[in-house]
Design a binder for this molecule. Structure first.
Ligand code: B12
Ligand code: SF4
Length: 511
């Protein structure tokens, strides 16, 4: 082994749909938490990790590769979202060309859902870790360095000559408390460089924590292949310890809990709130919850403990669509949850999607009416994307494996549209729905107050508005009648589902 250096990379990816570049001023710029966990883990085992956050620092593929080649580490670990795979491959290709003895390991949600196909397609990736990474990566490194059989390591994908092989199973971390604290100290310019979306936090600096892993639900649009259905959580004491560490060491004032189901356990939430209140820790925080997990007493305690905002996956104003998503929720339940949250003095963020199979003029009208009447503070509308690993992906394409559109899968492009409605029409409705919410007088009033209390957001808002009006004007002047998405960039679904080779037979254990 040439050295103990291990560089982790969050690769560049298309963050903004062509035509919507002005949005970049207001979007989320938080770091890849998974890499902080992995860096902490390998450091505990004697490696020397560092982290490159490409997108946040505006680094191109060439620049990232240049930095890695210069540092000449033994290992490179790249996290893969579907949207980032091509960027990651371009980096790996350059590194392997200049330093063929570097071992490039990939992991993350795209590998968890489409690992063998990705490894077949990109020979520049040497090894892959499926699912949760900490334990498996260490087992993999031990096997690589000890020269033992890779087939015995659970939860990896490796090369055997020209063959790609996947081993079954993944040693999940049953007790998260045993994991080392995420290596925030390795993040360049942490915490000031990392800002969530505009108006989505009160006062920075901000950091994120995943207090639990896993989700037992099976909403059809959601890719849960990384952490699976069994929920595992840090103890409230450990979560509280992380918050305190962030406050005292880095001056962090706001924490974003990125768990799929932060409120999965009422008991755990109550205990964490009690710890925060007893200590008098002055931090705000936000989390995501299902509408059926909030109750007025819990919300009151959460508010007292600093909860500032809850994100709810509301998706649509149509019960019929909710049903077809297997969301196990209803519009009435959502309204009740938002009302209680509002009464508790906590902001609600509604996560919606447009263009799910079955979307039509009627469901769009229901969504518009819904967002006009609910006490929601912030609306996040994404363009429905069939992510690999989500049940709907297979339903739409008739296969688990399909390799087009990956670079466009950022929730900001319509890579698919339901029969009877065009991408252009969806794009117009996308703007109309957002407008119908943000132009509500109560919402405008809220943002005016927020800007006065937290003026740091205003500059970002101005840059966004200037960009928006410029894009609109250009569209009108060039005869595109206000349409923002660029027509030559519209990615419909013209290709028949391509049957890719099946993954190699799995060789060990059971998941
Ligand atoms: C917070 C979050 C974000 C944040 C931060 C993103 C980031 N870079 O981490 C923001 C808001 C920026 C974001 C943006 C997007 N997100 Co997001 N996000 C999440 C969320 C809620 C939590 C991620 C997290 O921190 N998890 C906790 C850490 C500890 O886990 P982890 O990152 O997965 O890492 C572990 C393993 O994956 C593995 N691993 C990861 N990388 C590597 C690398 C190596 C070498 C190894 C060995 C292992 C390994 O080991 C890690 C430790 O166990 C997840 C849902 C989820 N449950 O994970 C969705 C999720 C990851 N996001 C998703 C998507 C689609 C997006 C967007 C494309 C669009 C969107 N919806 O906004 C963008 C694109 C961002 C990008 N970088 O490409 C999908 C990914 C689906 C896919 N196949 O790509 C998910 C799974 C949501 C879902 N259920 O559909 N996201
Ligand atoms: S959308 Fe939320 S509740 Fe549904 S499966 Fe995904 S993480 Fe779980």
């Amino acid at each position: 082994m040439k050295n103990r250096r291990f560089i982790f990379i969050d690769p560049p990816y298309e963050r903004i749909a062509p035509g919507y570049e002005f949005v970049k001023h207001v979007t989320n710029g938080v770091p890849a938490l998974g890499l902080l966990h992995l860096a902490a883990e390998v450091r505990e085992h004697g490696y020397e990790p560092s982290i490159i956050e490409s997108d946040i620092f505006g680094l191109s593929e060439e620049e990232v590769a240049r930095q890695v080649i210069e540092a000449d580490p033994q290992y490179v670990g790249i996290t893969l979202f579907t949207v980032g795979v091509w960027g990651a491959a371009a980096i790996a290709r350059r590194i392997k060309a200049a330093r063929p003895d570097t071992t490039v390991i990939v992991g993350g949600p795209h590998i968890s859902s489409m690992g063998p196909e990705t490894m077949q397609r990109f020979p520049e990736f040497d090894l892959a870790v499926v699912g949760e990474g900490e334990r498996v990566l260490m087992e993999l490194l031990r096997a690589v360095e000890g020269g033992t059989a890779l087939s015995a390591v659970r939860g990896i994908i490796y090369r055997d000559g020209d063959e790609v092989r996947k081993t079954l199973g993944n040693a999940v971390n049953k007790s998260l408390d045993d994991l080392p604290m995420p290596a925030w100290d390795l993040l360049p310019e942490f915490p000031h460089r990392y800002k969530p979306a505009i108006y989505d936090f009160p006062r920075g600096p901000v950091a994120s924590i995943a207090a639990s892993r896993g989700c037992p639900f099976h909403c059809k649009f959601c890719d849960t292949s990384t952490f699976g259905a069994s929920v595992r959580a840090y103890s409230p004491a450990k979560v509280f310890g992380m918050m305190k560490h962030l406050r005292e060491t880095y001056g962090v004032r706001h924490v974003m809990f990125v768990d799929d189901l932060f409120l999965a356990s009422r008991e755990r939430t109550l205990e964490l709130c009690r710890l925060i209140i007893e200590d008098g820790l002055k931090m705000t925080w936000c989390c995501a919850a299902r509408v059926d997990t909030v109750k007025p007493d819990l919300l009151a305690l959460m508010k007292k403990a600093g909860c500032w905002e809850i994100s709810f996956g509301l998706e649509t104003g149509s019960d019929e669509l909710l049903k077809s998503m297997d969301k196990v929720a209803s519009v009435a339940k959502s309204e009740q949850a938002l009302k209680w949250t509002h009464e508790a003095g906590i902001r609600s963020k509604g996560l919606f999607m447009l263009g799910y199979p079955g979307e039509n003029a009627e469901t769009i009208a229901l969504t518009k009416a819904f967002v006009k009447r609910i006490p929601m503070t912030i609306m996040n509308l994404s363009k429905f994307t069939p992510y690999p690993g989500s049940p709907i992906y297979r339903e739409i394409y008739g296969t688990n494996i399909r390799d087009d559109h990956w670079q466009k899968m950022n929730g900001m492009n319509f890579v698919w549209s339901p029969p009877g409605i065009s991408v252009e029409e969806l794009d117009r409705e996308f703007q109309r729905i957002l407008m119908s919410f943000y132009l509500r007088p109560s919402v405008a009033h809220h943002y005016t107050l927020h800007s006065i209390r937290h003026p740091g957001h205003v500059l970002r808002a101005l840059k966004f508005l200037a960009g928006y009006f410029k894009a609109k004007l250009v569209s009108l002047l060039t005869g595109r009648r206000g349409l923002l998405v660029r027509e030559n960039e519209v990615h419909l679904d013209p290709l028949p589902a391509r049957k890719a080779p099946e993954p190699e037979p799995e060789t060990a254990g059971a998941r």
